[in-house]
Ligand binder design. Structure first.
Ligand SMILES: Cc1cc2nc3c(=O)[nH]c(=O)nc-3n(C[C@H](O)[C@H](O)[C@H](O)COP(=O)(O)OP(=O)(O)OC[C@H]3O[C@@H](n4cnc5c(N)ncnc54)[C@H](O)[C@@H]3O)c2cc1C
Length: 347
């Protein structure tokens, strides 16, 4: 076992600096909820980003379960500056269909008070933001990972190999926020936020219809919010060995399981597990990469993790350059030993 030099991680330690903002500025935050109407974990990070804009925050819930989300927010989140909650209960807004939600947002943003609109960089945010940008003729700034001021933001480009600092002079700043780059706001009770209903009737509806959702069910922590992730790569030759070694390791740490694209493409696991440029972006406290080479497209999805451990039999594997701890050797020997030691330490 060897210790790899500590990584320089320029994204860590987001500044909590406050900024002077216009007297009338306000941030509208679209808060995502799950099928039961409860808050998605990423909204805690979204609200932290909204706080860093240093404006009063107005949280917006949409769809027939909007009131459940609003109540969940009041019961479970502490967010200084969140002064108002809007609920738009129309069922045409269910499932966040961008063709229906964007006209509502465009309407709300006509109010001069709103200088910023924020949404998570989730599939919902990625669907809605371009359409909203087109409707109000504004260029969105996507995948924001750092807020330098009310008009200055940092976002990754070239699959995370470079960072662009964007100065956005538009009157409305439309931002999608990469949840893994911001801490979560505190949990607790939200005090003093006024709740108001937003009347909405869809005009000129496009011929768009929600057909169904096909979701992978798992009892493991969700990849996007897991504190610990163990990821398997192509080194596992088949699905059986992937499961035989990865599942006990994940169980020992109560971890989510991730995979590289090569592992997914080779049929070792479901594609919902893919992490990277074309998969999920994650930043758990602990990331264990097992038989993963460390291609740039994979690193783009996990390099902001707290502590990275790599297990690989190739001492020159690029993953070691990004790892805090490296275990050089055969994963088929190391993983069972590691799993056993973790279980023994817990007993
Ligand atoms: C446009 C584009 C988008 C992409 N998006 C993604 C993405 O989102 N996510 C992603 O992961 N990839 C993505 N890729 C693919 C990426 O380039 C790599 O091909 C992929 O990440 C490699 O996966 P891997 O590390 O599992 O496999 P490999 O590169 O084959 O690495 C396997 C590693 O396992 C090690 N190994 C083998 N046997 C053992 C053993 N017994 N014990 C220990 N170690 C062992 C090897 O030394 C090697 O380092 C993308 C590529 C392109 C072009």
């Amino acid at each position: 076992m060897f210790r790899v030099a500590a990584r320089t991680n320029i994204l860590r330690g987001a500044s909590t600096r406050s900024f002077l903002s216009s007297r009338f500025a306000s941030t509208l935050a679209l808060i995502e909820t799950n099928a039961e109407g409860k808050l998605e974990p990423s909204c805690l990070n979204l609200l932290d980003a909204a706080k860093q804009l240093n404006n009063p925050i107005v949280a917006l819930f949409v769809g027939s379960k909007a009131a459940i989300g609003a109540q969940d927010l009041q019961d479970s989140v502490k967010c200084e500056g969140l002064s108002k909650i809007l609920v738009a209960k129309d069922s045409s807004l269910d499932h966040y269909l961008p063709e229906n939600v964007s006209p509502l947002l465009a309407d709300l943003l006509k109010d001069e008070e709103y200088t910023h609109f924020v949404v998570s960089s989730s599939s919902v945010g990625k669907n809605i933001l371009p359409r909203l940008g087109a409707l109000i003729d504004n260029q969105p700034v996507c995948d924001v990972i750092k807020i330098l001021g009310p008009t200055k933001f940092i976002r990754p480009i070239y699959a995370g190999n470079a960072l662009a600092t964007i100065e956005c002079p538009q009157t409305k700043k439309l931002l999608s926020i990469r949840a893994s780059a911001f801490p979560a706001v505190e949990t607790g009770k939200l005090e003093g936020a006024e709740v108001a209903e937003v009347p909405f009737t869809l005009k000129d509806a496009l011929p768009i219809e929600w057909v169904s959702a096909n979701l992978t069910k798992t009892s493991r922590p969700e990849l996007g919010s897991a504190k610990v992730i163990v990821t398997g790569g192509r080194a596992f030759k088949d699905k059986e060995s992937f499961e035989k070694y990865m599942v006990p390791l994940a169980d020992s740490l109560n971890a989510a399981i991730g995979a590289t694209r090569a592992a997914v493409d080779n049929g070792l696991c479901d594609n919902s597990l893919q992490i990277g440029q074309t998969g999920k972006i994650v930043a758990p406290s602990l990331y264990i990469a097992v038989g993963v080479s460390g291609a740039v497209q994979h690193l783009a999805g996990m390099k902001d993790s707290g502590t990275i451990v790599a297990i690989n039999n190739d001492p020159d594997a690029p993953i070691f350059k990004n790892a805090d701890y490296g275990l050089e050797g055969d994963l088929f020997e190391i993983v069972p030993q590691l799993t056993e030691k973790i279980n023994a330490a817990k007993a």
